[in-house]
Design a binder for this molecule. Structure first.
Ligand SMILES: Cc1ncc(COP(=O)(O)O)c(C=O)c1O
Length: 301
């Protein structure tokens, strides 16, 4: 039997030519994660954590799936919950984009709002309180602590990259949210070839506009974060990331979100340092999720 969850993963690897003139010997490729059925990289982690819960017996029909999420994981839980027949409740900061709220509601999930000023950490604190009050009611995957999150990338994303580049990858660049994408993928890549260099990207400040990414020095550090897997951790400024998201839409027809812009910012910095290599990065979601935020300058006054 086949259902929509079988379409998670196996995303295309696209060649990105934005920096080709400047750095002709640096080949850049990006995993187009908006090809996942829920439209983002988070489908991988959500499916992995839900299926792990089913296998362990922690997720049963009478339970409600609950987690804190800045948006994409919530959309993934909502879609997978609908496909598999589970109730889903999502705790998110009140200020997440209108498109995200509308999407999870369309899949039948319920939203509980946390204080916008407390960001994703406020959502984490609120979900912990709710679950602690009635633990028997909920399946709480806790994407920040659940090894099944990075495992999705260890078993999926990394192997796809090795296959799609025929093992030619020399550098891996990815943004840090829960850190699942970076840690899971980097762990497998380095096991395969210890010479592969890894660059993690976070916002350069606690106040930033890079939805989906976390500034680790001022955040609750995810338990799944493994610093030893990162050869470099770079802080990306918000506005240059936005500019690169706009640039890649116009020059290559790739409409990507803020965090893809941050990945491109790090790829450009890396290309300037190495001058030669095969760089693979992750484009976590599509820009159409952020049209109402004015990311592409199309906000009507
Ligand atoms: C748009 C976007 N980019 C990047 C990430 C980071 O992915 P990860 O949680 O695997 O670190 C997320 C995670 O929520 C995201 O929503």
């Amino acid at each position: 039997m086949s259902d929509i969850t079988r379409l998670v993963g196996n995303t295309p690897l696209l060649r990105v030519r934005l920096f080709e003139r400047e750095f002709p010997r640096v080949e850049v490729h990006a995993k187009a994660e908006w090809f996942n059925p829920g439209g983002s990289v988070k489908d991988r982690a959500a499916l992995s954590m839900i299926e792990d819960g089913e296998k362990r017996g922690a997720l049963t029909r009478d339970k409600t799936i609950i987690d804190s999420t800045s948006g994409n994981t919530g959309i993934a839980y909502a879609l997978i919950g609908a496909a598999k027949g589970y109730r889903v409740q999502l705790v998110m900061p009140r200020n997440v984009s209108a498109e995200r709220k509308a999407l999870v509601t369309a899949y039948g999930a319920q939203i509980l709002y946390s204080d916008a000023g407390e960001g994703s950490d406020g959502a984490i604190r609120l979900v912990r309180e709710i679950v602690a009050a009635q633990p028997e009611r909920y399946f709480y995957p806790d994407q920040y602590s659940n090894p099944a999150n990075p495992r999705a990338h260890y078993e999926g994303t990394a192997l796809e990259i090795l296959e799609q580049t025929a093992g030619r990858i020399t550098h891996f660049v990815a943004g840090l949210g829960t850190t699942g994408t970076f840690t899971g993928t980097s762990r497998r890549l380095k096991e395969h070839d210890a010479s592969i260099r890894t660059i993690a990207v976070q916002p350069d400040d606690s106040f930033h506009g890079l939805e989906g990414l976390k500034h680790l020095p001022t955040a609750i550090v995810p338990r799944i974060w493994d610093q030893s897997l990162a050869d470099e951790v770079w802080g990306c400024p918000t506005e240059p990331a936005y500019e690169l998201a706009r640039a890649v839409a116009r020059s290559e027809g790739l409409l990507v979100g803020h965090s893809s812009g941050a990945a491109l910012w790090a790829v450009r910095r890396l290309a300037g340092a190495i001058h030669e290599g095969v760089v693979v990065t992750i484009f976590p979601d599509s820009g159409d999720r952020y049209l109402s935020t004015g990311l592409f300058g199309a906000k009507e006054s």
